[in-house]
Design a protein around this ligand. Structure first.
Ligand code: SAM
Ligand code: SF4
Length: 338
């Protein structure tokens, strides 16, 4: 464990609505080896490499956040495991776990997880979220356009074998995987995995109309509670998910339903993009440029800009998925780090 970072502000970060910010999500790359239909267009344009934060800059920014009271960091993307040397960043941040950081986690599509599971565990990661929208090879390939589900399943098994706790993320997609949701929960119970279901959010242009695939989790939940004994977990995580335990098992079911249940009052997180922009909310365009602050003014300017970004964190998102409507924000989830 590293020596504690010296605090850079007198009090921990608190936004304009009194919410303490304890959680930073970082998109380490906007690139991905898949093209999930609800997330990206098939022909995506990615940021030129020179616009990206260097891994060293990501580490510096993350450490300033820790010094200001952030206790949890999640690395996401794009696909974090496609960024070369990302494990070096994980190792650097992992050295703070147990000191300035309670937890370092990753969200991954699982395609390269088998190769990296052990290094993640050795670096201090204990939990990963793995996206798995279908266990059927053809449906999985259709949704992701390129994915091989057997690779993801091997990744999950490898992660569990080295001691990582795995939560499966499944985006609920009308007419694509709705019939697989209850079997997915049963499988997760069997495998000792948690499951979080997610409503599609209107972020970034894709090749389809999201309204066609939008599946409200209210209806899904009714179906699941008829088939499983679900007990509400009341301990909040400051996050968007509401949780239930499948009675008598270790499996937690989470629902992220930004469209049908707003969760913003307890939001404790902010997001750093691949380009070094800090966003207070997935659903708004308000941002501050931490890369410019760090490069032009060093650590004092970085600290000042972080505080300005936190002060302007929006109160809530205004997502809605309506037929023919433009996305709420032009930026894709992969840029902000879902
Ligand atoms: N590539 C990694 C993965 O797929 O897990 C990490 C990044 S991905 C953007 C993070 C999560 O966001 C995934 O669970 C993905 O299914 C979800 N996601 C992507 N676009 C979304 C959208 N428009 N609405 C809801 N969830 C989305
Ligand atoms: Fe890639 Fe994840 Fe987006 Fe799928 S959801 S295209 S895996 S970033």
């Amino acid at each position: 464990m590293m020596a504690p970072l010296s605090p850079s502000v007198a009090a921990p970060l608190v936004d304009g609505f009194g919410r303490a910010i304890r959680y930073l999500r970082i998109s380490v790359t906007d690139r991905c080896d898949l093209r999930c239909r609800y997330c990206m267009a098939e022909e995506m344009t990615f940021l030129p490499r020179e616009k990206l934060l260097a891994l060293e800059e990501i580490a510096i920014i993350a450490e300033r956040f820790m010094a200001m009271g952030v206790r949890k960091i999640r690395l996401s993307g794009g696909e974090p495991l496609v960024r070369r040397d990302v494990i070096d960043l994980v190792r650097r941040l992992g050295r703070h776990v147990g000191g300035d950081l309670d937890e370092l986690t990753m969200t991954t599509n699982g395609m390269r997880l088998a190769q990296h599971a052990e290094a993640l565990f050795d670096a201090g990661v204990r939990r990963v979220n793995v996206s798995l929208d279908s266990r059927d090879p053809d449906t999985f390939r259709h949704i992701t356009r390129h994915g091989d589900v057997t690779q993801v399943l091997s990744g999950i098994a490898a992660a569990q074998a080295v001691g990582l706790t795995v939560k499966v993320n499944m985006v609920a997609l009308n007419g694509l995987n709705d019939h697989e949701i209850a079997p997915m929960l049963a499988w997760c119970v069997d495998q000792g995995l948690d499951l979080t279901l997610i409503e599609t959010m209107p972020m970034g242009a894709i090749d389809e109309d999201r309204a066609d695939r939008f599946l409200p989790l209210t209806a899904v939940f009714d179906e699941l509670s008829a088939a499983f004994a679900l007990e509400r977990e009341t301990t909040g995580t400051g996050g968007p998910a509401r949780y239930w335990r499948v009675a008598g098992t270790g499996t937690k079911l989470g629902l992220i339903s930004p469209l049908t249940a707003n969760f913003c009052d307890g939001c404790n997180r902010v997001r750093l993009t691949t380009e070094g922009k800090l966003y207070g909310c997935l659903g708004h365009d308000d941002q501050v440029d931490l890369k410019a602050a760090l490069r032009d003014g060093g650590l004092p300017a970085l600290d000042e800009t972080i505080l300005a970004g936190i002060a302007s964190k929006p109160r809530r998102h205004d997502f809605s998925v309506e037929r023919g409507a433009a996305p709420a924000v032009a930026r894709h989830m992969s840029v902000t780090g879902g």
